[in-house]
Design a protein around this ligand. Structure first.
Ligand code: GLN
Length: 197
């Protein structure tokens, strides 16, 4: 059975587990390299990116996660997870995992609107996805190999770069599992590809 891990050092973990299971796939809580080695794809949840990075260092899992991505295994970052994936973060001179060819800006939807929900058109997935934004980042710019899947008020909020998927919002906080199902398909396709090599 396909196994999708959720990095479980901090943040919205159980919601992702529920969404993965709703897609008929096994969910694995990942806190260590041994657990990472069990999974075919990895979700980096929302939460607080600086805290998550500190915990990744403390659990010695940053390099294994970078290697996981470099091996072509699918990874999906939501909100803080998107910040972890990005190669550039506005105002910071370092990245975290740094594999997604995109520049992100943190907390970019205004202080007065900490969180909001809106219907988004997501290319190839939905015309009406209920997207929950919580102190969300947005994607300022992307390199040519990154496909833009959704924007909100002119700001990029979801992208795909081959086996990497990232979004500014929290698809796991609703009962709409279409985005998790899309990632599940990415994981299945990558396994099928591996099987034919
Ligand atoms: N603002 C958080 C950060 O910068 C992300 C918020 C979220 O994941 N909901 O890490």
């Amino acid at each position: 059975m396909v196994k999708i891990g959720v990095l479980a050092l901090q943040g919205a973990v159980s919601e992702h587990v529920r969404s993965i299971e709703a897609c008929g796939v096994e969910a694995i809580i990942v806190k260590s390299t041994d657990e990472l080695n069990l999974v075919d794809g990895l979700i980096l949840p929302g939460g607080e990116s600086t805290t998550m990075r500190k915990l990744m260092d403390r659990h010695d899992i940053l390099t294994p996660v970078i290697e996981f991505a470099q091996a072509g295994k699918p990874m999906f970052g939501t909100c803080a997870g998107l910040i972890l994936l990005a190669k550039e973060i506005v105002g910071y001179d370092f990245a975290h995992i740094g594999v997604l060819n995109a520049t992100v800006e943190r907390n970019s939807f205004g202080r007065q609107v900490d969180s909001f929900e809106t219907q988004l058109e997501v290319k190839g997935i939905a015309t009406d996805f209920p997207a929950v934004f919580i102190r969300a980042p947005h994607i300022v710019e992307v390199e040519p190999n990154v496909e833009i899947l959704a924007t909100h008020e002119g700001k990029i909020v979801m992208v795909r770069q081959g086996h990497l998927l990232g979004c500014s919002f929290h698809p796991e906080l609703t009962v709409d599992h279409r985005i998790t199902a899309y990632f599940t398909e990415m994981v299945k396709e990558s396994l099928a590809k591996k099987a034919t090599v």
